[in-house]
Design a protein around this ligand. Structure first.
Ligand SMILES: [Fe+2]
Ligand SMILES: [Fe+2]
Length: 161
C-alpha cells in the first residue's frame, strides 16, 4: 500500500475515536441536563464510532500495515441548547463524509481496489448517519422552544438500543 493511502487510513482510524469521544461528551452534556433519552442516543452513537474505528484497525492489520496511535483531541463539552448539540453532530458527520470521500479518491487514484471496496461500507453508512441527524434536527425545529416537544423526542431517542 502506498504511504499516502496508508496514512489516510491510519488518520481515519483516529478520526473515528475522535467521533466517539465527541458523542460521549454530548451524552454527558445531555445526562447532566436531565435528558437521559438524548444521552442514550449519543452513547449508542459513541459505541458505533468505536466499531467503525475497529473496522479500520482490522483492515490495516489484514493488509499487513501498521496501526498507529495518536493523542485524541479533547471535544467540546458545553452547548447552549439541545439543538446546538445536534447541529454540531450534523456538521461533524458532514466533515467525516468529506474525509471518507477523500480517502476513496486516494484509493481510486492509487488503483487500490481492495481499499476502495472496503470504503464503500462507510460511504453508505455516512448517508445513513447524516439522514438520522437531519431527521432529529427537523423534529427539533418543529418542537422549537416547546419543552413538551423536546421531552417527547427525549423519550423517543431513549429507546435506541
Ligand atoms: Fe464513523
Ligand atoms: Fe458517524
Amino acid at each position: 500500500m502506498k504511504t499516502t493511502l496508508k496514512t489516510a487510513l491510519q488518520e481515519q482510524f483516529l478520526a473515528e475515536y475522535e467521533s466517539s469521544y465527541l458523542y460521549l461528551a454530548m451524552a454527558a452534556y445531555f445526562d447532566q441536563s436531565g435528558f437521559s433519552g438524548l444521552a442514550n442516543w449519543m452513547k449508542q452513537q459513541a459505541k458505533e464510532e468505536l466499531a467503525h474505528a475497529m473496522k479500520y484497525y482490522d483492515y490495516l492489520i489484514s493488509r499487513k500495515e501498521t496501526v498507529t496511535f495518536a493523542a485524541i483531541a479533547a471535544p467540546k463539552a458545553n452547548w447552549k441548547s439541545v439543538k446546538a448539540v445536534f447541529e454540531d453532530a450534523y456538521k461533524h458527520e458532514q466533515k467525516i463524509t468529506a474525509s471518507i470521500g477523500k480517502l476513496a479518491d486516494v484509493a481510486l487514484d492509487q488503483k487500490d481496489h481492495a481499499t476502495y471496496a472496503f470504503l464503500q461500507w462507510f460511504v453508505t453508512e455516512q448517508t445513513e448517519e447524516e439522514n438520522q441527524v437531519e431527521d432529529i434536527l427537523h423534529k427539533l425545529q418543529l418542537a422549537g422552544d416547546n419543552t413538551v416537544g423536546i421531552l417527547m423526542l427525549d423519550r423517543e431517542l431513549g429507546s435506541r438500543a
